[in-house]
Design a protein around this ligand. Structure first.
Ligand SMILES: Nc1ncnc2c1ncn2[C@@H]1O[C@H](COP(=O)(O)OP(=O)(O)OP(=O)(O)O)[C@@H](O)[C@H]1O
Length: 274
């Protein structure tokens, strides 16, 4: 197998994936450049979260390769997958903390789970990570005592506790007030640059994402509709991308999820109750 180009930490090569009969990704190829913040965007249900799950090894591609640092995640055995996952920080449903543990213990969790480090070292690492997200002083609080925005920052500290190479965020901005959104965005950038990470995020927030990302990938039906810098994507001639970046309700992205013919559900027009 030819290794991935050193400039990309993650590469999908002609990946096809479906849940059951329904094909979600069709011959999808994309690269996540090292050291950069890459945003994966596109219409709802297009398979963005599925891409993160394929990279994390929670799902396996039916066809093609999902390379993490040159190795196909889909072919890894349990041991290799476990090792690879240690090198990834994942924030699915950003902010999902263990509600019965305080902030400190939430961040310490991956360190206790994956390492044999002594308690004093774990303490220092946890406090360093909490300091990086501005919450060193909140270590003793329970998740119920902190705001949603703070909870996300704790989750962020937890995701980078093991000094991963790749961090994946699913919808890091959803439901945040403008200030928390700005803080989260800034933190994602700071952690990426200061820790030398590679970041991949899925987001619907056009403005925040275009301001943050170095590289944007727009997924069309099953495949890449456009990619490049935010400016390049903004100026893409592709009608789907145009619809997406201009938030237009009509265009190639259909409003309706595939459904039976309208007459099958409601009967012929004359039989319908007005
Ligand atoms: N576990 C599953 N079993 C069956 N179908 C699923 C499963 N997970 C997702 N799907 C379907 O696969 C499609 C892609 O889902 P996915 O969550 O990857 O999309 P997405 O682009 O992240 O969407 P959104 O932006 O709305 O979160 C959707 O139509 C969804 O209904």
């Amino acid at each position: 197998m030819e290794p991935a180009a050193p400039s990309s930490l993650v590469e999908l090569r002609r990946v096809s994936f479906g849940y059951g009969e329904r094909l979600i990704l069709r011959d999808l190829s994309l690269r996540v450049p090292r050291g950069k913040v890459t945003a994966l965007m596109g219409a709802s249900g297009g398979g963005k979260t599925t891409v993160l799950r394929l990279i994390g090894g929670q799902e396996r591609a039916q066809k093609g390769e999902v390379l993490f640092d040159g190795h196909d995640v889909g072919r890894m055995d349990r041991r290799d997958l476990y090792q690879a996952r240690r090198r990834m920080g994942m924030l699915f449903q950003f902010g999902a903390l263990f509600t019965d543990q305080n902030v400190f213990e939430n961040v310490a969790f991956p360190l206790r789970e994956h390492t044999d480090l002594p308690d004093e070292l774990i303490r220092d690492i946890v406090l360093m990570k909490l300091h990086a997200v501005g919450l060193r002083g909140a270590r003793d609080l329970m998740p119920s005592q902190i705001s949603g925005g703070m909870a996300r920052r704790v989750a962020l500290a937890r995701a980078v506790a093991l000094d991963p190479e790749l961090v994946m965020y699913d919808e890091p901005f959803s439901g945040l007030d403008p200030i928390s959104l700005g803080t989260s965005s800034q933190l994602i950038r700071q952690l990426n640059d200061a820790m030398g990470l590679t970041t991949l995020l899925v987001s619907h927030d056009l403005e925040a994402t275009f301001a943050l990302a170095d590289h944007v990938i727009i997924l069309g039906p099953g495949t890449v509709a456009a990619e490049g810098t935010p400016d390049e994507v903004r100026n893409s001639p592709d009608p789907l991308v145009h619809q997406f970046v201009n938030a237009l309700p009509s265009g190639p992205v259909p409003f309706h999820y595939p459904a039976p013919n309208i007459e099958e559900d409601f009967g012929p027009p004359q039989g319908r109750v007005r």
